[in-house]
Design a protein around this ligand. Structure first.
Ligand code: PNS
Length: 173
């Protein structure tokens, strides 16, 4: 009989972490006893650099999980990673990857990634959770654009992220 998965990885660029991400991490933790949030060194998706450094993105995530009360659940840690996700999962002893899906546009990209990961590591399970409808339109890029144009991001990100965005875009004026 197959063992139940005890440990999953929630990977992402988190540039910066949004309340949509926090919701996915929270739900992953309710499904599995141990969750490692893996912050990717650079965005491989479109080959462009990130707005926040890896260190900043990890720090904002740790604080956001505290601010939103998710850390209290225990069993969650945040780690940076570079290289292949499947290698990171193997190193950490995780049996699955959890990602959130917002819309069909996410699905095509995520299915491709999941298929590729399944090809590279057939024993690694890909698990998808549907985004909370309240966060369906929230993405890191929407948050960055809104903040850069002086819009209010209070309902989309945690307080520490809002502050960081304010500092980042104020320094670019
Ligand atoms: O926040 P994102 O952009 O959805 O995160 C994408 C991420 C970091 C999960 C994805 O790009 C990834 O897994 N990168 C690590 C490199 C890798 O394993 N790529 C897939 C095989 S080429």
């Amino acid at each position: 009989m197959a063992n139940h998965i005890q440990h999953v990885v929630v990977p992402g660029t988190f540039d910066p972490v949004t309340l949509g991400h926090v919701d996915v991490i929270n739900r992953a933790r309710h499904l599995f006893p141990k969750v490692t949030v893996a912050v990717a060194e650079s965005r491989s998706k479109r080959g462009v650099g990130t707005t926040f450094t890896l260190e900043e993105r990890v720090e904002m995530l740790v604080k956001a999980l505290d601010e939103e009360g998710v850390s209290e659940l225990g069993g969650i840690r945040v780690l940076p990673f570079s290289g292949l996700l499947v290698d990171f999962c193997r190193e950490q002893g995780a049996g699955g990857v959890v990602k959130g899906l917002r819309a069909m546009t996410d699905f095509e990209y995520e299915l491709q990634q999941a298929d590729l990961n399944a090809h590279l590591a057939p024993d690694l399970e890909s698990v998808f959770v549907m985004s909370n409808p309240g966060f369906g339109y929230v993405s890191s890029s929407v948050v960055r654009e809104l903040a850069s144009l002086g819009g209010d991001v209070s309902t989309l990100v945690s307080p520490n992220v809002k502050q960081r965005l304010k500092e980042r875009y104020a320094s670019m004026d």
